[in-house]
Write a protein that binds this ligand. Structure first.
Ligand code: GLN
Length: 286
C-alpha cells in the first residue's frame, strides 16, 4: 500500500483500495473480506467500521491490517488469517493444521443427531478441528462423544476447541479404529479425506496451497478411507448402531456399494445437502 499522505487512509478509503487489490488477485468477496480483516485489525465489529468510515488509521493499525491483506493476496484462506470459523453456531479455532469446517458438513451432523437422541456412545473418525464432535457434544448432552485423529497438531487444536466451547469429548491419538480394540459405539461418523489425488492440483489456491492435504487426499479415486473404515466398522458397532459418512460429489453409489459388500448393513440411505448434492451416506448394522 503506497501512501502519498498517510492522513488520507481512512477506513473507507482503505476498504475501497483493498477491494480493488484483492479482486485483482482473484479473491471473490473482496470488499466483505476486507471488512472482516479490518474489523480484526481494529478490534471493531462491522457496525463499528461503518460509523467510523472517515476515521484515519494509525500507523500501527495500518501495519497490522496490511500484514493480513498481504497474506490474503497470496490466497491464504481468510479463516486462517482470522484464526476462526463458525460452524453450526459455534466458533472454532482453525490453523493450517486442520481443514476449515464447511457448511457441506452440517447435513452429516444433523443426520447424526437424529439417530442419537437417546444418548449412547458416538465416535468421530478423523476429528480435524473437532467441529463435528464438538457440535454433537453440545447438542447431545446424554451421549458420550469420542474422537480419533492421526495428526498431533490437529488433535491439540481439537482439544482447544472442546475447551473453547465448553464440552467434553474424549479425544485420542491414532489411526481409525486402532485405539479402540474391543470398543463398540452406537454411532460412528466420519468426514474422511475424499478428493481423488489427481484432483488436488485442480482445487482453488486457498484449498490446494494452504489446507492440509492429509485431510483432503482420498487416494486414486478418493475412496481409500471408505474402503478402510466400512469393512472394519461392524466390529465397532453395537447391535443396531449406525455408520454415517460425508461423501464427495458423485461418490455415493460406490460408497453404498462398499456398505452392501460387507453384508452387515441394512437401512442404507443417502441425504442431499442444501445444494442438491448427495452428501451423506449411511447404514445400520444388522
Ligand atoms: N472432521 C473434520 C471436519 O469435518 C475434519 C475432516 C477432514 O479433515 N477430512 O471438518
Amino acid at each position: 500500500m503506497k501512501q502519498p499522505d498517510k492522513e488520507t487512509w481512512t477506513i473507507l478509503k482503505v476498504l475501497e483500495w483493498t477491494k480493488g487489490y484483492l479482486a485483482e488477485k482473484g479473491v471473490e468477496n473482496a470488499r466483505l473480506e476486507a471488512e472482516w480483516m479490518l474489523c480484526a485489525a481494529l478490534g471493531l465489529d462491522r457496525v463499528g467500521l461503518y460509523v467510523n468510515f472517515d476515521k484515519p488509521l494509525t500507523d500501527k493499525e495500518l501495519a497490522a491490517y496490511r500484514a493480513m491483506v498481504t497474506r490474503r493476496a497470496k490466497r491464504e484462506p481468510l479463516q486462517y488469517i482470522l484464526g476462526s470459523q463458525e460452524f453450526m453456531g459455534l466458533e472454532f479455532t482453525v490453523t493450517p493444521a486442520v481443514l476449515i469446517p464447511r457448511h457441506d458438513t452440517e447435513v452429516l451432523v444433523e443426520e447424526a443427531m437424529k439417530r442419537c437422541q437417546r444418548g449412547g456412545k458416538v465416535l468421530d473418525v478423523g476429528v480435524g478441528s473437532g467441529c463435528i464432535a464438538v457440535v454433537l457434544a453440545k447438542n447431545l448432552p446424554g451421549a458420550e462423544i469420542f474422537g480419533v485423529e492421526q495428526s498431533h497438531q490437529a488433535l491439540e487444536l481439537a482439544v482447544g476447541n472442546t475447551e473453547r466451547n465448553g464440552v467434553v469429548v474424549k479425544l485420542v491419538f491414532g489411526s481409525l479404529f486402532e485405539p479402540f480394540i474391543d470398543q463398540k459405539f452406537d454411532l460412528i461418523v466420519s468426514n474422511p479425506p475424499y478428493i481423488p489425488t489427481a484432483d488436488l492440483a485442480l482445487l482453488q489456491p486457498e484449498v490446494r496451497d494452504y489446507e492440509p492435504w492429509s485431510a483432503l487426499d482420498g487416494g486414486a479415486d478418493g475412496l481409500d478411507f471408505y474402503r478402510r473404515i466400512i469393512p472394519a466398522a461392524p466390529d465397532h458397532l453395537t447391535h443396531g448402531g449406525w455408520l454415517l459418512f460425508e461423501v464427495g460429489i458423485g461418490q455415493w453409489p460406490q460408497v453404498l456399494e462398499l456398505f452392501e459388500k460387507t453384508g452387515c448393513f441394512t437401512e442404507l440411505f443417502t441425504v442431499k445437502d442444501p445444494g442438491g448434492i448427495e452428501r451423506v451416506v449411511g447404514g445400520r448394522i444388522v
